[in-house]
Design a protein around this ligand. Sequence first.
Ligand SMILES: Nc1nc2c(ncn2[C@@H]2O[C@H](COP(=O)(O)OP(=O)(O)OP(=O)(O)O)[C@@H](O)[C@H]2O)c(=O)[nH]1
Ligand SMILES: [Mg+2]
Length: 303
Amino acid sequence: METSWFSRLADGLSKSRERLGEQLNVLLRRGPDLDAAFWEGLEDALIGGDVGITATTEIVDSLRSEAARKALPDATAVLEHLVSRIAEEFVDGPDPFELSPVTILMVGVNGTGKTTSAGKIARQLTASGRSVLLGSADTYRAAASEQLDVWAQRAGVQVVRRERGADPAAVAYDAVSAADAAGIDVTLIDTAGRLHTSTDLMRELQKVKRVTTEKSASPVQTVLVMDATTGQNGLVQAKEFNSALGVDAIILTKLDGTAKGGVAVAVSRELRIPIVRVGVGERIDDLRPFDATAFAKALVLGE
Ligand SMILES: Nc1nc2c(ncn2[C@@H]2O[C@H](COP(=O)(O)OP(=O)(O)OP(=O)(O)O)[C@@H](O)[C@H]2O)c(=O)[nH]1
Ligand SMILES: [Mg+2]
């Protein structure tokens, strides 16, 4: 299982690795010397992979002093240290989906993968024997509720909903009431990703969170679903969600669709929020628990 997990992750990250790996290979082909051109090349490769300028500078500076301190012989030795250095950049933290009971708000801009991630997680959790309830608090799009239904049927879980246009906070209220009454382990509340303005969206989500927290007997966690293909823009949005709502954990989706998988590094270290799941494809198993070392290896070495 571990093997397939690694290969799925490495496959999913192949675009990132091709790009970063190709640049690193070019560096290695230059020769083993750890000269100024090597360090610049390494910096360019990481920035190109969307690791972010601050993180890149820190990583390269620390590798550089490590290379001097430990008298690393050549470029290959430095790149081996790069994996552990990248892995260290990730913030560790509790996984909200492992709490029980818990109520989890799935938030994020439109199209990032909130609804499908909620569905996939519902199915994964029920497969491991936990009771799950879904709340469809995206009341704007008729399709949102139907999309959640499809996943709910596969997972065999109930969906709490109201009519189109209803107050999302009212749906959340109904969902946590039903979950508390039934002794549900994990309540997942799907929310909308787009309103007229982002201020409207944040205000609405704040209300959903307030009502949920007041009503729910279980702790409430806010999980931000972020699309890796949006790169540094996604990071700006993530900061906005975090300051408006307080984000406990991140799901980073669509890593299979981008050469900029390094954005995971920037997101985790700049927000100081753990990434708890990564999406590397559209199949249910493609939403995987996050492991910093495996991720760094898959990103840099593809193994
Ligand atoms: N390739 C790939 N596609 C993904 C991944 N995660 C989600 N998707 C796809 O992204 C699309 C949008 O997903 P949704 O779950 O509808 O996104 P959403 O955040 O609920 O969108 P709104 O409800 O419009 O805000 C769907 O086609 C998903 O199948 C992933 O990790 N990789
Ligand atoms: Mg949705």
